[in-house]
Design a protein around this ligand. Structure first.
Ligand code: BES
Ligand code: MN
Ligand code: ZN
Length: 499
């Protein structure tokens, strides 16, 4: 796996190796094990802190090269602010920051997982590891050269020195499942579109069988039989065949209605006949970030044996201009029976999701459906890259999603729906048209999706165009594809639907 990092868990009593990382609060206080490890360095930290005006503020860092008196090649002191104020996400962030401070040449490092008042609790220590693993990720599969002095990430070992080794190892099982899920999603988003076309995406989903997920791949013929004219219309201009993948994890009670997650999987979006401008078009390899998230999430739920029944369904297509491509003016019939007038072939994500939404609601009668899609440029205009847009027909589901967003720092902002917006997608020739004009573009896109939510199923749509890819790098993510949504939806399930 790209960017894998070797992690060891050791007791606080074990002498540290390599680069030494310790945590201090805003009174510059260290824990007992850290003080022991630094005993031979005298008042080095106090003096360095004064010289650098380091105050132990949360997330700040004091970096001392070749610390006198110590065997370590480098001492990194990370501030935590007031230790009592730390929330779970702060530990994820601190782990990421610590990993980020390691020089590229460092082969070994020891993080002393301790606050002034004692060892960092097992769950929080596991969060430190989660942050470090997410930060360590880089997509370098297609790099044949490395910069001088840089180690391959797999050559690096980080030892986390902790209070209770067994308890941390136990807490780590769930965190590793989460990190692996995020990394699966990032890898999929980062892959180039010549490599990751729909059939290949479906093939990669099959790997989830290893963790106990059942995976069904539907080909074009099967989708034709189901009447999925909306999804198939998008893919018809591509040399690459479309697919739908349904992944299922049954960790809950037999017969208990599943929770369902749906993803837009446009492996490349040229816009089709309504072709996009050349500038930045390469980013449209990430137009499958919703489907990537669903795939990573199903891995996470299965790998941590979540006590829930879950369905993950993704529509995978390539949107190309071609002699056989769909035209503006075409009318297609969706699986729901509703006819759709194509106004703009670049509004293709909603067409793909229309059939997936209908299929999942009818076939699985889920407790709720959440779809994720890099659906509109307009959501980036509205919310930038800090929040994904949330649209929903259900206040309880919305509240739970918003809360999970705050807890994981994968934040959402609820946007409106309503009949005034819905009117804008009435078509002159068909039941509905696939664009509602420039104004409120993300909202009319969501209204379109809502017309394909069968039987009033509780539903939420997350527009992740601004957060799933090309979002600004953060402490826990330096990669182009962020894996946005995996941690959010894993938390949604863990907090509300497991028992
Ligand atoms: N995949 C795009 C949306 C997008 C834009 C994602 C920028 C990420 C970054 C989507 O298929 C699209 O083209 N939407 C159009 C809709 C319009 C034609 C109604 C858009 O946003 O311009
Ligand atoms: Mn498009
Ligand atoms: Zn698109």
């Amino acid at each position: 796996m790209a960017g894998a990092l070797k992690l060891k868990i050791a007791p606080l009593s074990q002498p540290p190796k390599g680069v030494l990382v310790v945590f201090c609060d805003d009174a510059l206080k260290l824990g007992a094990a850290a003080r022991r490890a630094l005993a031979d360095a005298g008042d080095l930290v106090t003096r360095a802190a004064a010289a650098e005006r380091f105050k132990g503020k949360n997330g700040s860092c004091l970096d001392i090269v070749a610390p006198a008196g110590l065997a370590a090649s480098r001492l990194i002191v990370i501030g935590t602010g007031k230790a009592a104020d730390l929330k779970p996400q702060d530990f994820v962030k601190l782990g990421a920051i610590a990993l980020g401070k390691l020089p590229p040449s460092a082969r070994e490092a020891t993080f002393i997982a301790e606050l002034p008042n004692g060892a960092i609790k097992p769950d929080a220590a596991a969060d430190v590891v989660l942050g470090a693993r997410l930060r360590a990720y880089s997509f370098d599969r297609y790099k044949t050269k490395r910069k001088e002095g840089e180690e391959a990430p797999s050559d690096r070992t980080v030892t986390l020195a902790v209070g209770d080794v067994a308890a941390v190892n136990k807490a780590l099982r769930g965190r590793d499942a989460i990190a692996d899920g995020v990394i699966i999603a990032r890898d999929l988003v980062n892959e180039p579109p010549n490599v990751l076309f729909p059939v290949e995406f479906a093939r990669r989903c099959l790997a989830l069988k290893k963790v106990g997920v059942s995976v069904d791949v539907l080909d074009v013929k099967q989708m034709q039989k189901l009447g999925m004219g909306a999804l198939l219309g998008v893919g018809q201009g591509s040399r690459q065949d479309s697919r739908m993948v349904v992944m299922r994890w049954n960790g809950g009670k037999r017969g208990d209605a599943p929770v369902a997650f749906l993803g837009k999987g446009v492996c490349f979006d040229t816009g089709g006949i309504s072709i996009k401008p050349a500038q930045g078009m390469e980013d449209m390899k990430g137009d499958m970030a919703g489907a990537a998230c669903v795939t990573g999430l199903l891995h996470t739920l299965a790998a941590r044996k979540a006590k829930v029944n879950a369905v993950g369904a993704i529509g995978i297509v390539e949107n190309m201009p071609d002699g056989n491509a769909q035209r503006p003016g075409d009318i297609v019939t969706s699986m729901s029976g509703q006819t759709i007038e194509i106004i703009n072939t670049d509004a293709e994500g909603r067409l793909v999701l229309a059939d997936v939404l209908w299929y999942v609601a009818k076939k699985y009668k889920p407790k709720f459906m959440v779809d994720l899609a890099t659906l509109t440029g307009a959501i980036i205009v509205a919310l930038g890259h800090e929040h994904a847009g949330l649209f929903s027909n259900d206040d309880t589901l919305s509240e739970r999603l918003l809360k999970a967003g705050l807890d994981t720092n994968e934040r959402l902002w609820r946007m409106p729906l309503g009949p005034e917006y819905d009117k804008k997608i009435d078509s002159r020739f068909a039941d509905v048209k696939n664009t509602g004009g420039r104004d409120g573009g993300s909202i009319t896109a969501a209204q379109f999706l809502q017309r394909f939510v069968a039987d009033k199923t509780p539903w939420a749509h997350l527009d992740i165009a601004g957060t799933g890819m090309a979002s600004p790098s953060s402490d826990i993510n330096k990669s182009w594809g962020s894996g946005f949504g995996v941690r959010l939806l894993d938390r949604l399930v863990a907090e509300n639907y497991e028992g």
